[in-house]
Design a protein around this ligand. Structure first.
Ligand SMILES: [Zn+2]
Length: 1027
């Protein structure tokens, strides 16, 4: 029985015209399925090829995959491929004869395990195109529909994997039919750095949405299965049959050991596959170390081909042709990979340049920069030529044209800044005043960086490439030249500056926002206040005035008047901020990391001290105003350019971290309620052990870890309701409003809050307030200017980024921000290692410290060392298979025995019957030593030497009572490096050059200080121990 249908085809002719063809189309109940699992072979009347019967699943490529990746589908390794008629026709009509013939030959090829299924003739598979449905969408829908039919036709016995590039289809169909997986078959190869030889993972798009076999990443086990792909490459993966699946390893492990000794059983088998193709190579410059003389000799006769070891564990050894191996053996060297032949175990590369001596501070810092692809060469002459001049002979002045164009606030507004002491780059200033109608006017004034940085100028391109200012442990690399960042764009006191301002008119009594104004202004900041002084003024302690330079040299009368004015303004600002916060409190403001530190600098701007302290209210006042500005700008640019505005969003929190947090808290008898923001805040507040403040600190840090990093995105690539996407399982809304996570590292504390301002939910957020050090803010400033021009019906100067280009730019900025974070973390670890390096752990007091257990693993525990802010692993079983034992004197030694892990504790039992148990949150005594490495970075080793808390010797009491600050550590290391250099009087030329190249700016910056506070809190360890 045949059904007749009409099918409309729109074909494009060579002239580009569209041709409408109507074809008669007959549908049948049976078309050949070519599957050995067919329940009705007679009706299906198979002739020709049958699919192989020893596959674990069938693969159905979407039409676009057939069009674009036919070469990959041709791999003989790929088995069980079903080409749908719809996909074949898409190739025929849109890709031309050659490609179509290739596909036909493939289908005919008896050696290749693939078949054609004529889905459009099958009456249950055929779907007419719906009105308004695009050809592409219809094709994908048809293929998915046919895949589902095919699955049921084979009596649900063979899972089907439909591979597509269409992310919407993955979203839509991904979890619709059990047994039919809709995924992308390509992903990025991610090597586990702790098991670089064995484990790599590929996360496939769409694979994470379904609760089933294909739920997680695909494990690539062993080097061979990686098929010459390198960490970071975009690869195509083929799944292996289920009986070849393997589990990932869960035990703690060290980088350099193969871990065969530990004999740990891996976890449940997971989907395992192998790489069949590399779609995009992501090779970069790699820092490597040449083998030592002895190693070269052992490498055999072919001495001109040298195997070098990359600093990054995830990169395989590289073969280099050189005769310089011996001269280079003490240096860190940059190489590039050229090729990787299929017959070779190693890729080939060539020498590029020398960075510096192994173990030397500058060489190691240069290594970190190269490894994070951070290029910090000095600004070029062409770039500097675009910069304005401001010298004593040639002082910069406000130009008459700008005076005409801008709103002049110099006489009308009391503008001032509040920053940490010693801050050089002042991005933001504030103002508040009473208007004639009695209402208030609140102003936020941000440095007008885009006035000096024209789109696509040399300096603009350079800033875009850098994307951010990089803050390492002991130095920073600016995004913009210092004439801007520390001078003309720094809103210093007493000088004229261009600004971009937002001013709100607030109701005098209710502080309700009546009006908002955005625009370019000229300001002259009256005071450059530091937080403590502002707080003193707020508290009515006016004696602090002596510390404020602006009040010097004033006669008593004007001094009094000016002081009153300033005190009023700070009080009013705080009042407004309090009001905003009060509205918000019902929704639960959450302070995650309770680290409040006061920064103190001496007159040379060295960090004098960081004193843990409650945050000052004035911090929050400033933060509140900046959040308000960022939010209003986000709203403005999104309204003006709904498809091409740059906003910021937070991906959903990591649920697995939340469950770990809950489990941990349970061990201490606390209940952490992660259902909402408010419940989380409240339960964290209650989870306080009166005898051990570290417990609460650790729990808060775990909650922080659960929060994903915020990312920039273009509004055109994301539906509005996803702007603050949180996933289904963790809905933050508790009082019917939208929420946003705002992480304010720059303001000394991390808050997560929902934000209500006059009934307006803060569902849109962006970065506007720091254009000196973030390129995102530069883009946002330009968008805001364009929005203002649009409102005035004026021509928009300079082209805005299209959605596609903006999305690409966001990806670049997000990537650079990650590099900034990594380099900062790595440089901090470098200093920590250098600090401990030459200390004898057996005799030095500082190498012994108190540690707190915050996680239990199968062969060890994770420890936090409050004194140094270090987190790390301590093994309870060593490489020889011996386990830890603590005798009656509680000193530890290694003995034969076994470990047994429980939910919140781990017990070590020796063969002679002694046993010791370590619980979560136990305090133990730890010895800190350094595991030196020639080819990689040194690492800190933690060893439990007693199961009792570390007793502070009386003489050391003063030292121990306050934690060692990172700044002190950096200072000490830097000093000893300098001394060593002086003593030896060694001056290696390379190092000198490199030193100049990398030390673009010297000294400690404000942001280094602020970032330290975050570091002091706890270093991120999520990715540190291969767990
Ligand atoms: Zn059949």
């Amino acid at each position: 029985m045949l059904q007749k249908r009409e099918k409309v085809l729109l074909l494009r002719t060579f002239q580009g015209r569209t041709l409408r063809i109507v074809r008669e189309h007959y549908l049948r109940p049976c078309v050949p399925c070519h599957s050995p699992l067919c329940p009705q072979p007679a009706a299906c009347s198979h002739d020709g090829k049958l699919l192989s019967s020893d596959v674990t699943h069938y693969v159905i490529p979407d039409w676009k995959v057939v069009q674009d990746y036919l070469e990959i589908l041709e791999f003989p390794e790929l088995k069980g491929i079903i080409f749908m008629q719809t996909a074949c026709q898409a190739v025929q009509h849109q890709r031309g004869r050659r490609q179509y013939n290739k596909l036909r030959n493939l289908l005919k090829d008896a050696r290749h395990d693939c078949i054609l299924f004529a889905n459009e003739f099958q009456q249950c598979c055929y779907l007419p195109r719906e009105g308004g449905e695009s050809m592409e969408k219809w094709q994908t829908r048809s293929i998915y529909n046919a895949a589902v039919w095919y699955y049921h036709h084979c009596q649900d016995r063979m899972p089907i994997v439909m591979v597509t590039e269409d992310e919407e289809a993955i979203q839509q169909y991904g979890s619709e039919t059990e047994g039919v997986f809709v995924i992308s078959f390509k992903g990025i190869l991610n090597v586990n750095k702790h098991r670089a030889q064995i484990e790599a993972f590929v996360r496939l798009q769409g694979a994470s949405s379904k609760d089933s076999d294909l739920v997680s990443d695909i494990l690539i086990h062993g080097m061979k299965a990686r098929n010459r792909s390198i960490h970071g490459d975009v690869v195509v993966v083929e799944l292996l049959p289920k009986n070849e699946w393997k589990g990932r390893t869960v035990a703690l492990c060290e980088n350099d050991c193969d871990d065969k000794a530990s004999g740990e059983s891996p976890s449940e088998p997971m989907p395992t596959g192998r790489v069949v193709g590399i779609l995009q190579k992501n090779w970069r410059d790699y820092v490597v170390t040449f083998p030592s003389k002895e190693e070269v000799q052992s490498q055999g006769k072919n001495a001109q081909k040298i195997l070098v070891t990359p600093w990054d564990y995830r990169i395989p050894k590289i073969r280099i042709s050189t005769q310089q191996a011996e001269t280079l053996q003490d240096f860190r060297v940059v190489v590039r990979i050229d090729s990787w032949e299929s017959t070779s175990v190693y890729p080939n590369g060539h020498f590029v340049r020398v960075l510096g001596r192994i173990g030397d501070l500058e060489g190691e810092i240069a290594t970190i920069l190269v490894e994070n692809s951070i290029s910090v060469i000095p600004f070029s002459e062409a770039q500097m030529c675009e910069m304005p001049v401001n010298t004593p002979e040639n002082p910069w002045k406000v130009s008459p044209e700008e005076e005409q164009k801008r709103k002049d606030l110099r006489k009308s507004h009391l503008v001032f800044s509040i920053d940490p002491k010693g801050c050089e780059d002042v991005d933001d200033t504030l103002s508040v005043r009473t208007l004639n109608n009695g209402n208030l006017e609140l102003g936020v004034h941000i440095a007008d960086v885009t006035h000096f940085v024209a789109p696509n100028s040399y300096i603009d391109i350079e800033a875009r490439t850098r994307a951010t200012t990089y803050y390492l442990a002991d130095r920073r690399y600016d995004m913009l030249p210092s004439v801007l960042s520390a001078d003309l764009c720094s809103l210093l006191g007493g000088v004229d500056r261009y600004a971009v301002s937002i001013m709100w008119e607030l109701d005098k009594a209710s502080y309700e926002i009546k009006k908002v104004w955005y625009g370019r202004t000229i300001i002259r900041s009256a005071y450059k206040l530091f937080y403590e002084a502002a707080q003193e003024l707020l508290d009515g302690n006016l004696s602090v005035v002596d510390d404020i330079p602006e009040f010097k040299d004033l006669d008593e009368k004007s001094r009094q008047a000016k002081l009153e004015e300033l005190v009023w303004a700070i009080g009013k600002l705080t009042d407004i901020a309090r009001h905003v916060r009060a509205k918000r409190d019902g929704c639960g403001a959450l302070e995650l990391e309770g680290v409040e530190v006061r920064v103190q600098l001496d007159d040379k701007k060295n960090i004098h001290d960081l004193i843990p302290k409650q945050p000052l209210e004035v911090h929050e006042t400033v933060a509140e105003c900046m959040i308000l500005a960022n939010h209003w700008v986000a709203k403005k640019i999104w309204e003006s350019f709904p498809h091409q505005a740059l906003l910021r969003q937070h991906p959903p929190p990591h649920q697995e971290f939340f469950s770990e947090l809950r489990e941990c808290a349970k061990a201490k008898g606390f209940f952490i309620d992660t259902r909402s923001n408010k419940t989380l805040a409240d339960s964290l507040d209650n989870a306080k052990d009166p005898h051990d403040p570290i417990v609460n600190r650790l729990l808060r840090s775990m909650a922080t870890q659960a929060m994903s990093n915020a990312l920039y995105f273009s509004t055109g690539s994301c539906a509005e309701e996803e702007f603050h996407h949180y996933g289904e399982s963790y809905h933050i809304p508790v009082c019917g409003c939208n929420f946003v996570l705002v992480i304010l590292k720059e303001f000394l504390f991390i808050l997560i809050f929902c934000f209500l301002f006059e009934g307006l939910a803060l569902d849109k957020y962006t970065h506007f307030t720091s254009p000196i050090r973030r390129y995102s803010d530069i883009v946002v400033h330009r968008l805001l200017m364009a929005a203002i021009s649009k409102d005035k019906k004026m021509e928009i100067k300079g082209n805005l980024f299209s959605n596609k280009d903006l999305e690409e730019l966001c990806r670049h900025i997000n990537n650079r921000n990650r590099a900034a974070q990594h380099s900062q973390k790595q440089s901090t670890e470098l200093f920590q290692c250098m600090y401990f390096k030459d200390k004898d752990p057996a005799t030095e007091e500082r190498c012994i410290s108190d540690g707190v257990i915050y996680s239990i693993r199968t062969n060890g525990v994770l420890l936090f060392i409050p004194r140094f802010g270090i987190k790390g692993a301590a093994y309870l079983k060593n490489k020889d298979g011996l386990v830890i034992s603590c005798g009656p004197d509680s000193c530890s030694e290694w003995k034969p025995g076994s470990l047994q892990r429980f939910q919140n504790k781990i017990t070590s039992t020796t063969t002679d019957g002694e046993s010791v148990t370590f619980h979560l949150f136990d305090h133990v005594t730890v010895r800190i030593s350094i595991q030196a490495s020639r080819c990689h970075s040194d690492t800190i080793r933690l060893e439990i030497i007693s199961n009792k808390p570390y007793k502070i010797p009386n003489t050391e009491l003063i030292h121990q009572s306050s934690p060692l600050l990172k700044s002190e550590l950096v200072k000490e290391v830097t000093k000893s490096v300098e001394e060593a250099q002086l003593a030896q009087e060694v001056k290696v030329n390379i190092i000198q050059e490199e030193y100049q190249e990398y030390c673009q700016t010297k000294g400690t910056s404000l942001y280094t200080l602020l970032e330290e506070i975050r570091d002091l809190a706890l270093l991120d360890v999520s990715n540190n121990y291969g767990i």
